[in-house]
Design a binder for this molecule. Structure first.
Ligand SMILES: C[S@@+](CC[C@H](N)C(=O)[O-])C[C@H]1O[C@@H](n2cnc3c(N)ncnc32)[C@H](O)[C@@H]1O
Length: 335
């Protein structure tokens, strides 16, 4: 897998060239940072001939919406119209479907298997529940298990979806954050789960990560995941089992804090207090409240004597008019 690195100003022009030469990889998403755009390509040799700068990066696949379109091609309209989005975690397919469609699960399984031959389990999606944000899932086809190993951004992530939180749709977001990180940083990840952020960042960057998680099952899988990826990681991960609101009080400041905050939890004050240069704070916000959310963060910075710039990014739709957002907070250094 490879991308071409293009200065932002030239992105449009190069995009046209890639399309004209039929080497743009449409199945993958372009990546961006402050200065460059990274377009995924299908043909390295051709890109070389075009004198483009090539990097061996694994750009994330496009969202499942495209895949859903393919299911449309494979199933009758009266079934497919009633299905929600499809997620693949390892060899488990997760699908939103009404109770009565369970009767048609064999037909649905055949369609899914055509798109994803590796699938061994189909689970019906419920809601996230409780403090540990575990999703309620019902196995409706295949092997009766919710444990699997998921591959993402070049790391292996072992999960048991009956016991821990995991969201494969955050793949692109984890990649985005990993690209913002600099070698040598000390990073804190509260609410770390089975360590997807920590693993992806440590895979790309030589950093020192401290991760904090309360769910004992997630902590157990977190340790397994560190071991599983031992040879792939440039950075180090130290995992602490405990409550963020207690553990963080005893920790020093870090260069960067990444807080994949559980829904309904307000951890802004404590996680900001541990951030020296950057904070990435996730929350769920109504579209009309985004400015209020931003102001709240600016005010919290002021209260903590920090001069900050805050940039709020919409990361995913949560429900109509409500988004999962990430506030990228940069703290001015007074040297
Ligand atoms: C939204 S999930 C994010 C997990 C992981 N970062 C990910 O992206 O997959 C929030 C995580 O915080 C954990 N959690 C909830 N309350 C906590 C607390 N007080 N202290 C530490 N972890 C907590 C949950 O068990 C869950 O794994």
């Amino acid at each position: 897998m490879a991308v071409v690195k293009v200065p932002k100003k030239k992105a449009r022009e190069i995009l046209e060239i890639l399309k004209k030469n039929k080497i743009l990889d449409g199945k993958r998403k372009a990546l961006r940072d402050n200065e460059f755009v990274y377009f995924p390509i299908t043909d390295i040799e051709k890109a070389k001939q075009l004198n483009l700068e090539i990097l061996p990066l694994d750009a994330p696949r496009r969202p499942e919406r495209q895949i859903y379109k393919n299911l449309e091609d494979l199933l009758p309209k009266n079934i497919v119209e009633r299905l929600g989005r499809l997620d693949i975690v390892g060899d488990i397919a997760i699908l939103t479907m009404p109770e009565d469609l369970k009767e048609k699960v064999r037909e649905i399984a055949n369609a899914i298997k055509k798109l994803y031959p590796e699938v061994r389990v189909i689970a019906r999606r419920g809601f996230h529940e409780g403090e540990f944000r575990v999703r309620r899932l019902e196995v409706v086809w295949g092997e009766n298990r919710l444990e699997t190993v998921h591959k993402e951004n070049g790391v292996l992530i072992k999960v048991d979806l009956s016991k821990v939180f995991f969201n494969p749709r955050m793949k692109g977001e984890r990649y985005r954050i990993a690209q913002l990180v600099n070698d040598g940083e000390k990073i804190l990840i509260p609410f770390a789960g089975v360590l997807p952020y920590a693993l992806v960042i440590a895979r790309y960057k030589k950093v020192d990560i401290t991760a904090v998680e309360l769910n004992p099952e997630a902590v157990k899988l977190g340790y397994e995941n560190i071991k599983l990826n031992e040879k792939r990681l440039k950075g180090r991960i130290n995992l602490i089992k405990g409550d963020v609101f207690e553990v963080l009080q005893k920790l020093p400041e870090f260069d960067r804090v990444i807080s994949p905050t559980p829904k309904g939890v307000d951890a802004l004050s404590i996680v900001l207090s541990k951030a020296r240069k950057f904070l990435h704070y996730y929350d769920f916000v109504h579209e009309d409240e985004i400015e209020v959310f931003k102001k709240r963060i600016v005010e919290e910075c002021r209260l903590q004597g920090k001069e900050c710039t805050v940039n709020v990014k919409k990361i995913a739709d949560y429900k109509p008019h409500v988004y999962k957002v990430c506030a990228d907070v940069e703290i001015k250094q007074n040297h």
